[in-house]
Ligand binder design. Structure first.
Ligand code: NOJ
Length: 516
């Protein structure tokens, strides 16, 4: 386990819209370098960069055309190397986004794989053995290659699935076992990409759709796990301080497969959704635990989370995120105060937390934008970072019609500059919470977590982390609970008081108490 993960707090950067240094309307690596001090000032000591590799950008770069080359619009490989070096000097680690499940249909491997003549890359992707072979339970692209066969898609149609083999073989004519040398060659190619960037200086990878490698396997995905354990072995041997963090959202399985941390994502009916996203299917009313409506049920989260924690203890972490580039920002449903409480809670939880750029100032989800680079409903979460009240809110000096996505032009658009001036802003609040986390081991990734008060459909929620108690009442009502601790409040949003074995929390409050 890389030691630095214990106290890592990540900042996710969507490179397209973070900071444009050359005025072409799109963010770039030099822009990111110019903002490293800002990232550091938040207390974030690690950065996850969404893909910045050469790509036709049908899926914002998750369709890689060349894993070894930085996309021109972001700069050069040399710029990325500089970014690693400068970040390291400032005590910031950088992880890249590794897309192992698919490439772009313009990747050289795929171009060769499409050829009628058999070659080294014929089996790099999964193809049926004739264009007339198209079983309906597979997502196949049919009849668009000179090769007589159809290829399997991993995500969008332009993202052919790399071939790691099949667990259950239902069509022996074209499905290879994972032990086939060509499937093993895909794994080796993946490891080579990792080595390349680790040698340039990155600190690890966020792994895209990590569970999607081997086909025809459900549940615990034994064959996909075997591949990741093999990758982890390589890392342990060659790059023991490199971290791998999975987009899987099944920590019991992914941590067992060798990942150091797994994202807790906005998935149907899971704990993350219960906390931050749930809504009533009929009325659309927000029923998330952290909504001020007070209609959430914390026990549904707690049951799932405690089980995951138990199963991953001392092996790996669960990563809470404020949001990511795939989901609407919390502010779509939450007021700034609701978001402030929810985000603060995230940085007081175990595991390695991730702050999505712009969430620290409460940036909006921009409704009604036309899809950009395969963003669709995700586009509204990917708009330019709002730095100040200058041209394009400080993101870029380009004419506004040249911007990758429009900036928020509303008069009350939040900015870093504005939030810095307000002591109670989300920005200044998160800075405080993150600083307290860094100062106290109990609050870091591997610190304990114990539930103190979590009752079905009741508030507040109270938990203990070492010598700290965290009590949170996100609702717009006053809430009380039994409380048997003596201590000093070290961080607070709103007001609460404890006396005679009861804690009384005013509406929308969060309290961090150090037990004496
Ligand atoms: C998950 C990524 O986060 C998302 O943005 C992308 O579209 C898919 N994987 C496909 O790579």
């Amino acid at each position: 386990m890389p030691k630095w993960l214990k106290d890592a707090v990540f900042y996710e950067i969507y490179p397209q819209t973070f900071c444009d240094s050359n005025g072409d309307g799109i963010g770039d690596i030099k822009g990111i370098i110019s903002k490293l001090d800002y990232v550091k000032s938040l207390g974030c000591n690690a950065i996850w960069l969404n893909p910045l590799f050469d790509s036709p950008f049908m899926d914002a770069g998750y369709d890689v055309r060349n894993y070894y080359l930085v996309a021109e619009r972001y700069g050069t490989n040399e710029d990325l190397k500089n970014l690693f070096e400068i970040a390291h000097e400032k005590g910031i680690r950088i992880i890249l986004d590794l897309v192992p499940g698919h490439t772009s249909d313009q990747h050289e491997w795929f171009r060769k794989s499409q050829k009628a003549e058999k070659n080294e890359y014929s089996n790099r992707y999964t193809w049926t053995d004739s264009v007339w072979e198209a079983p309906p339970n597979y997502r196949l692209m049919c009849g668009i290659s000179e090769r007589d066969g159809n290829y399997l898609v991993n995500f969008f149609s332009s993202q052919p699935a790399l071939n790691y083999g099949f667990n259950e073989i239902t069509h022996p004519a074209w499905q290879l076992p994972t032990s086939h040398p060509d499937c093993k060659a895909t794994v080796e190619a993946l490891k080579d990409i990792m080595r390349f960037w680790l040698n340039v200086g990155c600190d690890g990878f966020r792994v895209d759709m990590a569970d999607s490698l081997v086909k025809n396997e459900d549940g615990e995905k034994p064959e996909t796990c075997k591949i990741w354990r093999n990758v982890r072995e390589m890392l342990d041997k060659e790059y023991s301080e490199a971290a791998i963090i999975s987009e899987w959202c099944n920590p019991k399985v992914s941590i067992g497969a060798g990942f150091h941390s797994d994202f807790y994502l906005d998935h149907d009916t899971n704990g993350y959704r219960i906390l931050f996203r749930d809504k009533d299917r009929n009325t659309g009313e927000c029923t998330a635990v952290f909504s001020k409506n007070g209609k959430g049920d914390i026990t549904k989260f707690v049951d799932e989370y405690l089980d995951d924690l138990k199963n991953t203890k001392d092996k790996g972490y669960i990563s809470f995120i404020t949001c990511n580039h795939d989901t609407p920002r919390m502010t779509r449903m939450f007021t700034p105060l609701e978001a402030k409480i929810a985000y603060s809670f995230i940085f007081l939880m175990p595991g390695v937390p991730f702050l999505y750029y712009g969430d620290e100032i409460g940036m909006k989800y921009m409704e009604g934008l036309k899809s950009k680079e395969g963003g669709y409903h995700r586009t509204g979460t990917r708009t330019p970072m709002q730095w100040n009240k200058g041209v394009n809110l400080g993101f870029s000096s380009a004419p506004s019609d040249m911007l990758y996505l429009p900036v928020d032009t509303s008069t009350d658009a939040v900015t870093v500059e504005g939030q810095l001036k307000d002591e109670n802003s989300i920005l200044n609040t998160l800075k405080k919470v993150i600083a307290i986390r860094h100062e106290n081991e109990d609050l870091q990734s591997d610190g304990d977590f114990e539930v103190v008060y979590a009752e079905k459909e009741k508030y507040p929620f109270i938990f203990k982390r070492g010598k700290f108690i965290i009590a949170v009442n996100p609702t717009s009502e006053k809430q009380t609970a039994p409380f048997a601790f003596e201590g000093e409040s070290v961080f607070t949003i709103g007001k609460s008081s404890a006396a005679n074995g009861i804690i009384e929390m005013q509406p929308q409050t969060l309290e961090l108490i150090e037990i004496k």
